[in-house]
Design a protein around this ligand. Structure first.
Ligand code: ATP
Length: 237
């Protein structure tokens, strides 16, 4: 069964249409990479999926219709969005940021358990719990943003450019952790990423978005082997 089914998704800002009928499906527990040039609409696609902007078309998660619902309602249905720039509350402590991630949940014991689990993925956060989020390094802030998203216990995790501004070593570690989360929690992941090598390294399938349309879809291997993708996004051939 597909976890996420998107059909003829249209979205934009005011009168400016950015997505012109996007179709994609992501299988339950899979990682799907969205590649594409600047301005293609990748961020807009994630915003449309999480309800940050209004959309037309069909978006279904495990059979439940998300289209037209508010961002808050979509979060309650298990969609966690880690935006580009991370959306961390800098003056708040690491712990408060993590707890904010559980804003739609009840059940104190389960929340405490999840905090512990997140520390196993991101041990560095445990040592920084009482620090202001703004004092963390870029990599730690990205970890915090993903940790906060996990506090929602998401069924679908949307990651926008997680590697942005991070050193290669930090980025590789971050992607390793995303893969571990996906495997251990069975969380379905949609990741928008400029670093196509990294994204295709953890994804099962990928789509290339250009000027608001999906122009190429396939397994990560098929996309990696595509001549055009290799030239445009992987920097060889
Ligand atoms: P990038 O990698 O540069 O972030 P992207 O593929 O994520 O690119 P989007 O950020 O989705 O692309 O932008 C797609 C188009 O929508 C661009 O033409 C952009 O100028 C426009 N756009 C993005 N955000 C807004 C906004 N808040 N208001 C109006 N137009 C916007």
């Amino acid at each position: 069964m597909s976890a996420l089914v998107v059909e003829n998704l249209v979205a934009g800002y005011g009168d400016a249409r950015v997505l012109h009928g996007v179709d994609l499906t992501v299988g339950e527990g899979e990682i799907c990479a969205i590649l594409g040039p600047n301005g293609a609409g990748k961020t807009t696609l994630l915003r449309a999926l999480s309800g940050v902007i209004r959309t037309r078309g069909k978006v279904r998660l495990d059979g439940t219709d998300l289209a037209g619902r508010s961002a808050d309602a979509i979060a309650r249905l298990g969609v966690a969005h880690v935006p580009e720039g991370r959306g961390t509350f800098m003056p708040l402590t690491v712990e408060d940021n993590l707890r904010l991630g559980a804003f739609v949940r009840r059940g104190k014991a389960a929340i405490e358990e999840d905090l512990e689990r997140i520390h196993t993925y991101f041990p560095v956060l445990k040592t920084r719990l009482k620090q202001a989020a703004g004092s963390l390094s870029g990599g730690e802030q990205q970890m915090l943003a993903i940790g906060r998203a996990l506090m929602l216990r998401p069924r679908l995790l949307l990651l926008d450019e997680p590697s942005l501004g991070l050193a290669p070593l930090v980025t590789r570690e971050l992607f390793r952790i995303v893969r571990a989360i996906n495997e251990e929690e069975r969380t379905t992941v949609v990741v928008v990423e400029q670093n196509a090598h990294l994204a295709l390294g953890i994804a099962q399938q990928a789509h290339v978005l250009e000027t608001g349309r999906i122009v190429l879809s396939g397994t990560a291997q098929q996309i990696r082997d595509d001549e055009q993708v290799a030239q445009s996004y992987l920097g060889y051939r």
